[in-house]
Design a protein around this ligand. Sequence first.
Ligand SMILES: *Cc1c(COP(=O)(O)O)cnc(C)c1O
Length: 299
Amino acid sequence: MSLSSNTSRIDNLSLKYGLPVLVDVLRLDLIHPIVSGNKWFKLKEYLKDAKDKSKKVLVTFGGAYSNHIVATAAAAQLQGFKSIGIIRGERPSVLSHTLSSAKDYGMDLFFVSREDYRRKTIPGEILNKYSSEELYLIPEGGYGEKGTLGAADILLQNDTSFYSHIITAVGTGTTLSGITMSALPFQKTIGISVLKNNFSLQQEIETLLPVEKHESFQLLHGYHFGGYAKYTEQLFRFMNQLYSKTAIPTDFVYTAKTFYAVIDLIANGNFTINDKILIVHTGGLQGNFSLPKGTLIFG
Ligand SMILES: *Cc1c(COP(=O)(O)O)cnc(C)c1O
């Protein structure tokens, strides 16, 4: 597949789920089975820039379960770059599914201490091997102006002018920024933060947006289920129920929490029957491979 062949489908959730408010789903998860939907969008402007600058090696950062790492590895292979992943923490005896996929896509993995990771230090071994003319740094999670610019295209794949609210999962907030950038003036965007008490997000997203867009988005912090990549039995029950009603698979880190939030917000009267909601299904399904077999009825 190529980055330009993104096709996405819109599914109706309200009828199948018996919701009193219109809810549709933009299925970015259908773009690629392994590579998470929003990650292609966040990466494409970086890839273009790297190509323009004749860079050879993409370097980026992530944890052992990072969808961004595996997406960068796949995109690099597809477009003829070498790729290096700088991974937080010690090398585990058994690589996570995410990291072994990244390796299969040709990524070299370097494990660094949490402290070096926080400082975003590039290991000397990499600097000795490649010149700075060859290396191209992509920020952790694709956060930044180029990530936002790419993510702005998410809403332009289909006609989305019909919707009053557009809702997505939030990690770094780059995807929400992009969506907010291309949303029409009457549309509100809502981000479901999957990190616990990550209140600096507001500022981090505002930094990526022009001032006139600062009132257009809203962040919700009450649906993290204990924190990043944390889960409960209730979340798994919800994922299985959602799948049996709608045949929509979700991942436990991002999209399940987002779908749960939307249904909960509707049940608690936060929307009116005139509202028209679009959930952006940002993909990430490969993350479910880290769960014990049999947890989910799909995947
Ligand atoms: C990375 C990711 C997100 C978060 O995107 P940000 O732009 O970092 O906020 C949401 N959903 C899925 C499935 C992801 O993999």
